[in-house]
Design a protein around this ligand. Structure first.
Ligand code: GLU
Length: 320
């Protein structure tokens, strides 16, 4: 008998792939610690299910969606809005190969300017050096949405600088840019660095334009970054928020998705303690969506079993 035949006999047919990969984001964001926490909870219970989870730092939502669709990653974290757009662009929800597992914490449209700058509102960015991220990035999506709703066009309005998220804070403090944009949970390493190293301040979003964004985009809602989250920013910052969502490809087996969701939900207390952004996580809201991509059958099985019946799958979250 050859070694290969022996190996085939040793692995039970139903075991499937036992290493699952999870795409996160840049190291100064919250996706990276969120993915780390999810994988840690799966790995802690590995003896009972045999699945090992590994995280990868990536460019964030956009690259996670692309790589999960291409079969390069099993799971990813993405903004609900990115998933929504992707599913819409692909035709119907049924055509999509993406599956929702559960939602996480709120990510906020975060705009930071240096203390010495005159920028107090989004409209004040005119003529400034603004970090807008690479095409397809979360920074770019936020910038494009805010420009469009303010009836402005990017050309000539600002000096755009394409920086990856993790390099923005340094660039802000050194004067390479005047404004940094990031859609991220709080507290995040990126905003901590910018507020600590050059006393940057958070800029609020208000008014009819932002309200129109909420009306036009079912995945966006009003949210406040609590005062005191960062040094030098004692007051709450009103802005827009959306849900970070864990998703998978439809190739992830029902059993694997069920095991992962169960490992996280049954250790929710530990998850809450792993990062301040997770401290308010509640199984009932995590199981409610919004789920722009259809719910994975494995997640549905766990939610049903745990009495966390999911809301209508096509329901889009509309407020906190
Ligand atoms: N929201 C960002 C994105 O979708 C990532 C934020 C993070 O890494 O925490 O790319």
């Amino acid at each position: 008998m050859t070694i290969m035949m022996l190996a085939l006999i040793a692995v039970p047919a139903q075991a499937g792939k036992q290493l699952i990969s999870l795409g996160t984001g840049g190291v100064t964001g919250v996706y990276y610690p969120a993915g780390g926490a999810i994988c840690r909870l799966v790995n802690l219970t590995r003896k009972s299910h045999g699945i090992r989870c590994a995280v990868e730092s990536t460019g964030g939502s956009y690259s996670n969606i692309q790589r999960v669709e291409a079969g390069e990653l099993d799971l990813g974290i993405a903004e609900a809005g990115f998933l929504y757009r992707r599913v819409q662009a692909g035709g119907s929800r049924q055509d999509s190969r993406l599956r929702s597992l559960f939602s996480l914490y709120t990510e906020y449209f975060t705009i930071l300017a240096r203390a010495d700058s005159s920028i107090q509102n989004f409209e004040d960015i005119e003529g400034k050096k603004v970090s807008i991220g690479a095409p397809g990035s979360a920074q770019r999506l936020m910038f494009d949405l805010l420009l469009a709703v303010n009836d402005k066009r990017a050309e000539g309005l600002v000096t755009p600088v394409e920086l990856e998220a993790a390099r923005q804070a340094k660039a802000l403090c050194s004067g390479q840019i005047d404004v940094m944009l990031y859609t991220v949970g709080h507290p995040s390493g990126a905003a901590r660095e910018a507020t600590r190293d050059c006393s940057s301040h958070l800029i609020s979003l208000r008014g009819a334009a932002a309200q129109k964004l909420v009306q036009d985009n079912p995945w966006l809602y009003w949210a406040e970054i609590p005062g005191g989250t960062y040094p030098g920013n004692p007051h709450s910052t009103r802005t827009l928020g959306l849900r970070a969502t864990l998703f998978a490809s439809d190739q992830l087996s029902e059993q694997q998705a069920y095991t992962l969701v169960k490992a996280v939900f049954q250790q929710i207390e530990q998850l809450r303690q792993m990062h301040p952004a997770f401290s308010g996580l509640q199984p009932s809201t995590m199981a409610q969506g919004p789920f722009p991509a259809p719910l994975h059958p494995g997640a549905k099985r766990y939610f049903t079993e745990a009495g966390l019946l999911p809301g209508p799958e096509n329901q889009i979250y509309s407020g906190e």
